[in-house]
Design a protein around this ligand. Structure first.
Ligand code: ATP
Length: 445
């Protein structure tokens, strides 16, 4: 058997559409560029991925969660530097009217020519602010301007004191948040890799100045372990330290994943010094200093940040999970089994129940079984087409177990459990099924 990994993004985009993971936004109107909707399976996958991150963070004794509003006081973005500095250099091609970023476009950097038509008739780069602006309330003037947040981190910084005092955490401790961010990206694309609306999973870890370098290293290794726990192969993960740092940053590294489009950033890990809290102190006039009871000293905490895009992680998880198993029979006919080899905890469906035939007595047992299993697991039921075709449908969406109800089930109260990866089949008593799945999901995948 030959195993073929994902070769190109288009194969994944088609599978995602065909099987209900991801659809183009507003498709009936021709779609809205760079916006995507998660379908029945995609929304469950996203929920599961978020849960792994949330649990990995907030089940630690030293991290609490927060869920801040998307709209924030406009001064937040003045203090954070986004109003004045959150921009990319934009160039217009006067020939084909396309726009592109000048700082990451090879043909522009090398030959000062348009990447779309090759023309050299271009405008000078202009700074283009990436924040989406809107108005709050009935009047649309300068005083009512608010922004859709371009990152979730600021909702954590401005809640630092609220979270610290109410949870009575002592430094070092962190605050984790999952939520939508919006950036008016000049060149979005590559499916859900870069979009204008996306979800971030960010954690800011507040530490005593001087301990920041040690925590930065610790968080690098904690985050790498997290990606390995999702089933991502270490060969396709690496750290890439930033060559140039933001003026306030003391260290920054990207966790990169090898997508079919090449090595790209998945997560940023940053030592942000005391920049953010200091800025909010300056702009709000409120003290955000921390009083260290034990040492009897006051200081502004430093921050180690870990920031990953949920959608980008889902793309990585999908790319990693996709495989084609190609076998050729004695007559030379090729068979391709497409499998999404998710780790069971992120698989959108854990079990599918299949009656061997459409006879009433099998259907009723199978439907009852689906209902009882769904108290524990995301469960599907499928009675249409041959059993082989039904297995393949589940393989293609990454379901770890298929459970087949046959005529023997009526007598022996047992079912045949088929494993996604090995295709091995085992007879299991219905009363033992939950335990079997529970143990199997931990050790078999
Ligand atoms: P880039 O350089 O790719 O624009 P960034 O360095 O500005 O990204 P951060 O601000 O550090 O990104 O955001 C943290 C994470 O959020 C990124 O590692 C990425 O996973 C995700 N992210 C950022 N921008 C987008 C986007 N437009 N679409 C999807 N995910 C994004």
């Amino acid at each position: 058997m030959k195993v073929q990994r994902l070769k190109d993004m288009q194969t994944l985009v088609s599978l995602c559409k065909r099987r209900g993971f991801v659809f183009q936004s507003s498709e009936v109107y021709g779609g809205l560029s760079s916006c995507w909707d998660y379908g029945p399976l995609g929304s469950q996958l996203k929920m599961n991925v978020k849960k792994t991150w949330w649990n990995a963070m907030t089940r630690r004794a030293d991290i609490v969660g927060v869920d801040a509003a998307i709209l924030m006081h406009p001064m937040v973005w003045k203090a954070s530097g986004h109003v004045d500095g959150f921009s990319d250099p934009l160039v217009d091609c006067k020939n084909c009217k396309q726009r592109f970023r000048s700082d990451n476009t090879d043909s522009y950097l090398e030959k000062k020519q348009c990447p779309f038509c090759g023309s050299k008739d271009l405008t000078e780069p202009r700074q283009f602010n990436l924040m989406f602006k809107t108005h709050m309330g009935p009047t649309e003037d300068a005083s009512s301007v608010v922004y859709l947040r371009p990152e979730t981190a600021q909702g954590i910084f401005v809640n630092f004191e609220n979270c610290q005092t109410t949870s009575r955490k002592k430094i070092p401790f962190g605050i984790a948040q999952i939520g939508k961010s919006f950036r008016n990206e000049i060149t979005p694309g590559n499916f859900i890799f870069r979009t204008r609306e996306f979800e971030q999973m960010e954690m800011q870890f507040f530490v005593k100045p001087g301990t920041d370098a040690g925590w930065f290293d610790q968080w690098k290794s904690i985050r790498m372990k997290y990606y390995l726990s999702l089933g991502i192969n270490s060969d396709r993960l690496r750290f890439l330290p930033h060559e140039t740092l933001a003026h306030y940053a003391k260290a920054a590294v990207d966790v990169q994943y090898e997508f079919p489009i090449g090595w790209q950033e998945l997560e940023g890990i940053h030592n942000r010094s005391d920049f953010d809290l200091s800025q909010h102190m300056k702009f709000s006039g409120k003290s955000l200093e921390y009083f260290d009871e034990a040492a009897k000293e006051k200081y502004i905490p430093w921050v180690i940040e870990t920031a990953v895009g949920c959608d980008r992680l889902i793309l990585a998880v999908l790319c990693e999970a996709y495989r084609e198993e190609i076998t050729v029979d004695e007559k030379g006919a090729e068979d391709v089994r497409v499998v999404l080899g998710f780790k069971p905890d992120i698989a959108p469906v854990k079990v599918c129940v299949l009656p061997l035939s459409k006879k009433d007595e099998l259907i009723s047992i199978a439907q009852d079984l689906r209902e009882s299993l769904s108290a524990e697991w995301e469960t599907q039921y499928d009675e249409s087409q041959s059993i082989g075709k039904r297995y393949r449908r589940q393989d293609e969406i990454g379901t770890p177990y298929c459970v087949t109800v046959d005529f023997d089930t009526i007598q022996d109260k047992a079912v045949t459990v088929r494993h996604r990866d090995t295709m091995k089949q085992e007879r299991v008593l219905i009363e033992n099924l939950n335990g079997y799945i529970f143990n199997g999901m931990k050790k078999d995948f």
